[in-house]
Write a protein that binds this ligand. Structure first.
Ligand SMILES: *Cc1c(COP(=O)(O)O)cnc(C)c1O
Length: 348
């Protein structure tokens, strides 16, 4: 059988030959002593790219968000966050469990934004009844959606005017920047920096669309990163010859940012291919994630579809809605195979 087409997530990529070579060649030290040159180089590179004083290499995006929230907030503080945000909904409640930080979740508007009036209404006055509102956490992209840049500026400006800190879960910041750059006719790196500069801290994943095997970075001021460093140690995230992994991330920043546009084009191709099938509501993707809702009559078929696709070597997920994610290890032929298999299933 031909190679499987794995559309479950952009986390499934295998390191390329060139990335493995960069890893093998990386000079290593002990990052708990702060002496791993490859980790230090990566931290300096991502901080400079996004316009921050400092950055910290993290084993996962979850730990990066946790360290960020716990660096901004103490026991009895709260952070305002979206109901669908990864750092609220998909991280086991870590900020509450490990930090006694209360989330204040808000419903998203259809475009993924948190309405400004809702944010403002959720900011508590200084009163013994309330937790202290300290932080606004946004996510971009959110479920593959690009937050409009005007909104990002307005929401972070509002938070700042109320004395709140601002954190971005930018697991897919470079996908957001790629989409924004295409809209605005600008450069991806400039857009990544423009988005990042609206925030006091930004977490970026190297292990999603950028194609590295492991790792994230948390960027911020020297002071914030020093606090996060202590928390990362407590969380068990102090790694030793981590330069092996940092070298992969560094390679990804050098070679895999400009190609994200290819993943976005493939997502468009997939969405267009599925658009004509009866009973499928296909969301036009902004970036590399295609969501498909099934008409009520087709919903009972979704697990049979996932199973049939798997039998044909096409992997996808359908927890709530069907989800297809394009990445480094998917090509146009794979997308076309997926479209054909889905058509056959529904038109049989
Ligand atoms: C994947 C992801 C994370 C967490 O990353 P892990 O490395 O899997 O812990 C955080 N936020 C968003 C938006 C993500 O997509």
């Amino acid at each position: 059988m031909t190679r499987p087409v794995d559309l479950r997530s952009d986390t499934v990529t295998q390191p390329t030959r060139a990335m493995r070579d960069a890893m093998a060649a990386a000079p290593l030290g002990d990052d708990v002593f702060g002496t791993d040159p490859s980790v230090n180089a990566l931290q300096e590179k991502i901080a400079a790219m996004l316009g921050f004083e400092a950055a910290l290499f993290m084993p996962t995006g979850t730990q990066s968000n946790l360290c960020a929230v716990l660096s901004h907030c103490g026991r009895g503080d709260e952070y305002i966050v979206g109901q669908q945000a990864h750092c609220y909904r998909w991280e086991g409640g870590g900020a509450a469990v490990f930090g006694s930080v209360q989330p204040q979740p808000l419903d998203h508007a259809a475009d993924g934004t948190l309405p400004l009036a809702q944010i403002e209404a959720a900011i508590k006055p200084d009163d013994a009844h309330f937790a202290r509102t300290r932080l606004l956490a946004l996510e971009n992209t959110l479920g593959g959606k690009l937050l409009p840049f005007g909104y990002v500026e307005a929401a972070t400006g509002l938070a700042k005017s109320h004395g709140l800190q601002r954190h971005l879960d930018g697991a897919r910041l470079f996908n957001a920047a790629t989409a924004q750059a295409a809209q605005a006719g600008r450069h991806v790196r400039d857009e990544a920096r423009r988005i990042a500069q609206c925030f006091d801290s930004v977490s970026v994943c190297f292990s999603k669309g950028l194609g590295a095997p492991v790792g994230s970075a948390l960027c911020g001021s020297r002071e914030l990163v020093a606090r996060a460093h202590r928390i990362r140690k407590m969380a068990g995230g102090g790694m030793r010859q981590a330069g092996l992994l940092a070298a992969a991330a560094s390679h990804a920043l050098d070679h895999h940012v400009d190609r994200l546009a290819d993943d976005h084009a493939l997502a468009q191709r997939l969405a267009a291919g599925l658009a004509g099938i009866d009973g499928l509501m296909v969301e036009v993707p902004h970036t590399n994630i295609v969501f498909v809702d099934l008409a009520d009559a087709l919903k009972p078929k979704s697990s049979a579809l996932i199973a049939q696709l798997a039998a044909e070597g096409i992997l996808a997920t359908g927890l709530y809605r069907l989800r297809f994610v394009t990445h480094l290890d998917v090509d146009a032929a794979g997308v076309d195979r997926a479209v054909a298999a889905i058509r056959r299933f529904f038109q049989a």
